[in-house]
Design a protein around this ligand. Structure first.
Ligand SMILES: [Zn+2]
Length: 110
């Protein structure tokens, strides 16, 4: 059974929060990064697919939107999936969630 990428990321976030073992934490963070990178690549493909869609072109003539970039991973954010971070900058929901968790963890481990 293939899990959804979002579920994988949420689960990995949970591991990051739950573990107090440095080795486990490092593994979980590595896994989180990998999952986020995969998520970003999927988003990018989605955006490319939307851009070349003739249907879209007809409904949105000459509206080459200025690219909205995620403030965390610097990849384009699909408008429907865009969330604002605490400073109101656009970010992927999952990036933001991961950032919060990582920050929380870093402040704990210092
Ligand atoms: Zn992002």
């Amino acid at each position: 059974m293939r899990r959804r990428l979002e579920d994988q990321i949420r689960e990995t976030c949970g591991q990051v929060v739950a573990t107090s073992d440095p080795a486990e934490l490092a593994t979980a963070i590595k896994e989180l990064r990998r999952a986020l990178r995969e998520h970003t690549q999927r988003m990018r493909k989605l955006i490319v697919a939307k851009r070349i869609s003739p249907e879209r072109r007809r409904t949105m003539p000459d509206m080459s939107q200025p690219g909205i970039l995620c403030s965390i991973c610097d990849m384009p954010v699909v408008l429907e999936l865009c969330k604002a971070d605490e400073e109101g900058r656009p970010a992927h929901e999952l990036c933001y969630m991961a950032k919060l968790i990582l920050e929380k963890n870093l402040s704990h481990s210092v």
